[in-house]
Design a binder for this molecule. Structure first.
Ligand SMILES: NC(=O)c1ccc[n+]([C@@H]2O[C@H](COP(=O)([O-])OP(=O)(O)OC[C@H]3O[C@@H](n4cnc5c(N)ncnc54)[C@H](OP(=O)(O)O)[C@@H]3O)[C@@H](O)[C@H]2O)c1
Length: 290
């Protein structure tokens, strides 16, 4: 069985390629660059060149694939890009599409509009499909806090006191890998929402990280404008990307739209989801005081 993984150099795609490779599954790891494709090739993994902005690059890849894991970057063209991939998969008669969505309730914001376009295309497609929906991910939220924690034992964000069921990347990947190796009909039509074991505020997350690191960590909550100014000062481009990539996510967290906690990981993997405390212990060297 060959699984085509789009976005194979990105956060989710690269981890999934590793997980499938470890399980002995043949993977077609898609990237837009020839040199990245060469670097991705090893073991059960073959790097392949494809571009969701160039639909003519897709049919030949789909012909070689039995299943597809569809992930594309947060971008104003996410919907159109993913529709291209879904249409190409359907035409080639692939056996399963697993799409990465999300469990934060973005409800009508520009990111949600893009994902909904892709979800609508899936709903009307004849291929068995499953959606894997991570809650906001620990790696995305907490790796950006390394410098503040290392130097000042402080975390900076704009999440207010919203509760967040933050999830570890490895748990999301484990679920995706299980679904991609199961009978495609087993979770056909399901939206598997993967979350951490509890919904915590950023202050509580800082407390849990401090407990794991053996020293107190405090959370500094910033109004959105000040937070945006700090990101720009640290080099984030001051354009529409700032809102789409960062600010809209914190807006949803502040409004408790990321507070969902599910049992899905436990049900599929047979053990509890990774907590903030466990995740921090596993990454503690990154946060060591300088
Ligand atoms: N982070 C979170 O907390 C979270 C939670 C839930 C859901 N999500 C969802 O996760 C998705 C983003 O995943 P990610 O963080 O893994 O993305 P990512 O790290 O930004 O990487 C995506 C990859 O897609 C490739 N790419 C870019 N443009 C492309 C194109 N036109 N055609 C084909 N490939 C292209 C790039 O690889 P090459 O340059 O090698 O081509 C890139 O490495 C979004 O849908 C987001 O809504 C994120």
């Amino acid at each position: 069985m060959n699984v085509l993984v789009t976005g194979a150099t990105g956060m989710f795609g690269s981890s999934l390629v590793d997980a499938l490779d470890r399980s002995g599954v043949d993977v077609l790891a898609m990237t837009r660059s020839k040199s990245s494709a060469q670097k991705l090739t090893r073991g059960n993994v073959t790097g392949v060149v494809g571009d969701l902005d160039d639909p003519s690059s897709l049919p030949a890849l789909m012909e070689r694939a039995d299943r597809m894991f569809l992930v594309s970057p947060i971008h104003p063209e996410l919907g159109r890009r993913e529709i291209m991939a879904i249409e190409a998969a359907e035409t080639s008669g692939i056996a399963q599409v697993v799409k990465l969505f999300g469990a934060v309730r973005h409800e009508g914001d520009p990111l949600d509009t893009q994902h909904q376009m892709s979800l609508d295309a899936l709903a009307s497609c004849s291929v068995p499909w499953t959606i894997v929906s991570p809650q906001t991910v620990m790696e995305t939220n907490l790796l950006g806090q390394i410098e503040g924690i290392k130097h000042e034992n402080s975390m900076y964000a704009s999440a207010g006191d919203g509760r967040i069921g933050m999830v570890a990347l490895c748990d999301c990947i484990e679920v995706a890998a299980i679904v991609l190796q199961a009978d495609p009909t087993k979770w056909a039509g399901a939206n598997l929402e993967i979350t951490g074991p509890a919904a915590l505020t950023y202050s509580e997350i800082a407390d849990e990280m401090g407990r794991a690191l053996g020293r107190p960590v405090s959370y500094v909550d910033m109004p959105e404008k000040e937070f945006a100014a700090m990101l720009i000062e640290y080099g984030f481009p001051d354009d529409e990307d700032l809102d789409l990539q960062v600010l809209c996510h914190f807006r949803q967290m502040r409004s408790n739209k990321a507070n969902l906690v599910t049992n899905t990981f436990q049900e599929l993997a047979g053990r509890p989801a990774t907590s903030i405390y466990e995740w921090t212990l596993a990454h503690r060297e990154l946060f060591a005081n300088v």
